[in-house]
Design a protein around this ligand. Structure first.
Ligand code: GLN
Length: 491
């Protein structure tokens, strides 16, 4: 069962060679044995695991179980967004995507650990402890959907849901050697997702391969009357079939070649660079053309993102006041003290930092200088992409400048942590879809250095709004040519 992708498991169930209940029990047992807390030797990738085996499903996904990031509301099941302030919170309803997938035949197997309120790139900001990377247990899985990525890579769940605000699906997918797709903003309903930055948050699949990503996404998309920013996707998501890339002009953004020039410390590791270049050559072998494109404002994306996302977060997180949800500090003498003590005790250091940054950026005297300016940069970045897509079909970059780093390596230096998002935030600000697929391992004789040898590297492919089908097709063709074997991460 472990060898089966989700699509292959569906075929086995449909062919009567596998029972959905057995598959569910198999994954539930593996999740319980290897996915719980660090004190029992687990990866700490789950915050909750189902104990009951659901009834067989007649839906097209045939009962293949799904792991879901903690921040998706799931009726009667703890939904805490990785935060102490929501510890034990049991929502009275489920997020639209979770219910859509359950109806389609993907029942809830487990909730996955994450950075608190999805703020982070290493999963070390969770109130429930860090997640370990199954490729190397002294290293981070990436974040903020680190629990979902580690669970899929380790073979503790066939597939998982994550969310991506500035890279939180793509970067952990890259660091764990799996596929992660951030859809076009609005393609998937945000209803029932505990908000971080509402103009950026988007749910998407984390899967073993590109076909599974298409399969899961196909049942997530569509307008939802409960989310006014959701849109009807034009057409359906097709299962990818392309093996050639003759139909693709790939663009490599000139301005994103040397992150270290804009942000000292953000250099692309040599192993990542060579895996990226190898992928471009493979794309050419499959018939693609590769050319340089320009995204003149993209180097400013990180600065704009780290104003806009905290600004929205400071507003979204105002609702956690000790009155309506979760934690309430005891023994306060008045209402103000109750608010401040609850928020002090309930939020971790990174969340408090973002609330302070965001509140400052939105304050009357500074609003135009910071928030207003960042919004204008965001518009410029979206325009850059629109112009670039007049000359090429898809844009490619490494997903992350580095492979999985050591636990604790960047926790004392938020700035170096924020650099993890260098390649992923431009697409988030533009609202366009992007996928990360594994494109090799570091240290395969490519100068990656022995300390990082054998760790997965991600290739990011981005396209215009609603180009998911083309993106998946291109990723599928490249996946075939790359021939990445993720088996080593399975526990
Ligand atoms: N690492 C980024 C941040 O900390 C992105 C997080 C995300 O996409 N949720 O904000």
């Amino acid at each position: 069962m472990l060898e089966l992708s989700a699509a292959a498991a569906i075929a086995e169930i449909e062919g009567g060679r596998l029972r959905a209940a057995d598959l569910f029990a198999f994954y539930r047992d593996r999740a319980t044995e290897h996915g719980l807390g660090l004190e029992i030797g687990g990866l700490n990738c789950f915050t909750w695991i189902a104990d009951e085996i659901p009834e067989d499903s007649s839906g097209p996904l045939r009962g293949v179980p799904l792991a879901v990031k903690d921040l998706f509301c799931t009726e009667g099941v703890p939904s805490q967004s990785g935060s102490r302030i929501l510890e034990g919170y049991l929502p009275p309803y489920s997020a639209t995507v979770v219910s859509r997938l359950a109806t389609a035949g993907a029942p809830l197997l487990a909730k996955t650990n994450q950075d608190e309120f999805a703020m982070g790139s290493s999963n070390e900001n969770s109130a429930f402890g860090p997640v370990l990377n199954p490729w190397s247990r002294t290293r981070v899985p990436g974040g903020s959907s680190g629990g979902s990525a580690a669970a899929v890579a380790a073979g503790l769940a066939p597939w998982a849901l994550g969310t991506d605000t500035g890279g939180s699906i793509r970067q952990p997918a890259a660091l764990c050697g799996i596929v992660g797709l951030k859809p076009t903003y609005g393609a998937v309903s945000r209803y029932g997702m505990i908000a971080f930055a509402s103009s950026l948050d988007q749910a998407g699949p984390l899967t073993r391969d590109v076909t599974d990503a298409a399969l899961l996404l196909g049942h997530m998309i569509g307008r939802d009357p409960c989310d006014a920013t959701s849109l009807q996707f034009p057409g359906a998501i097709e299962l990818p079939s392309a093996e050639r890339l003759d139909w693709v002009r790939l663009g490599v953004p000139a301005e994103l070649q040397r992150p270290g020039a804009d942000f000292p410390g953000a250099e692309v590791q040599p192993g990542v660079r060579s895996a990226f270049e190898r992928s471009l050559r493979l794309a050419e072998d499959l018939g693609a053309t590769v050319e340089e494109v320009h995204l003149p404002h993209a180097p400013h994306a990180l600065s704009a993102y780290y104003l806009l996302a905290p600004a929205e977060a400071s507003s979204n997180l105002a609702r956690f006041d000790g009155v309506r949800y979760g934690l309430r500090a005891e023994g306060a003498r008045d209402l103000l003290e109750m608010y401040t003590r609850t928020r002090h005790d309930g939020f971790g250091a990174e969340v408090r930092r973002r609330i302070m940054l965001g509140t400052y950026a939105l304050s009357a005297g500074y609003y135009d200088a910071y928030y207003g300016r960042a919004q204008r940069v965001r518009t410029k970045i979206a325009e850059d992409f629109r112009e670039a897509f007049e000359g090429v079909d898809l844009i490619v970059t490494p997903t992350s400048a580095n492979v999985a780093f050591e636990l604790g390596e960047k926790t004392a230096d938020p700035w170096s942590m924020y650099l993890s998002d260098y390649f992923t935030v431009p697409m988030s600000l533009a609202g366009i879809p992007a996928i990360s697929i594994p494109c090799g391992l570091s240290g395969d004789g490519d100068g990656g250095g022995p300390s990082v040898a054998g760790l997965p590297i991600g290739l990011q492919i981005a396209g215009p709004a609603f180009s998911e089908n083309r993106l998946l097709d291109a990723a599928h063709a490249l996946e075939g040519a790359i021939g990445f074997d993720a088996g080593r991460a399975r526990v």
